[in-house]
Design a protein around this ligand. Sequence first.
Ligand SMILES: *Cc1c(COP(=O)(O)O)cnc(C)c1O
Length: 353
Amino acid sequence: MISFYPGPSRVHSKAPQYFKEAYQSGILSINHRSDEFAKLYKDTVAQIRQKLKVPTSYRVLFTSSATENWEILAQSLTEKASVHIYSGAFGEKWFNYAKHIHRGCKNFIFQPNEVLDLKSFKLPASPEMICLTHNETSNGTALSKRILKELRVKYSSSLICVDATSSLGGIKLDFKLADAWYASVQKCLGLPAGMGLLICSPKLVGAASKIGESGRYNSFNFMAMNSEKWQTPFTPNVSNIYMLKRVLEDSDPIDKVEKKIFERYEGWVKVFKKTKKFSLFIENDLARSKTVIAVQGKKQDITKLKKDARKNNFLLGSGYGELKSTTFRIANFPALKDREVSGLQKFFLNNYS
Ligand SMILES: *Cc1c(COP(=O)(O)O)cnc(C)c1O
């Protein structure tokens, strides 16, 4: 079965080989206070910087998930309240976790088919932290570079934090436009679940130290202090760190990966202009995600389609949250192979157009 689920998603086909390498070389059993681990951490970060074009001044922390990053940003980097701007379920979840810690957090909601326009909101003058979902996996939308730039210029003193869980590794991100970027590895990075990345600007590291929150196993300052010695507070997911390093070593630079993702995306747009019972959920192409394609249709048609697809060895992603039965989703992630993508596209064209 080929998984087109947008997370957990198709794992790189070389993952078993990388895992075996890690086992045979003894990496799976190394101590996380050892020099071997420090080297692995350092080499992995070097790959992240080189392949994903992360600035050298930005620090990379290993966490357990994107969800943990929501909590870390709320507990360790917010003194009073964060501002959350979103159009879908993941942005909302982040807001809810943050609100649990700081009652004054505020949310600003825009419609999935709408391009985020700051003029339509009355944001506070200079919020402590602005929280954005770069790629909203639940409804298949994404933020443009333009809006990220606008926010960076207009809110230069705020911390800008971006959930890039389903775009990091597939889309070229301009890291300088925000202070925290994070993801978990089972989406666009094509690895087994169980690890998150938190990529932080020097400004974010400085802000955390000024706030001084400490005492938790995942207090940002504690994690940052450990990372200075290429260590982690707790025994980390060494197998995933190793596989991430290997995937990146074997992968093209992000510009080239992004080009492939864009080409495949254009292919999907063409397919869903031809299908009769199904159409793109996001009509506005300026608001549409390139890495998660959300498609709408009648509930009974989608149920039949998913069954049909399964018979042909394709696993489609269900809709998410309130869109569960009226949409389905297709991952457009780098670990998918050309022939798998064209196979599913042909399946749609042959049976549904
Ligand atoms: C999947 C996802 C998450 C949650 O990831 P976990 O690894 O389960 O914590 C958060 N944000 C977005 C945008 C996601 O797609």
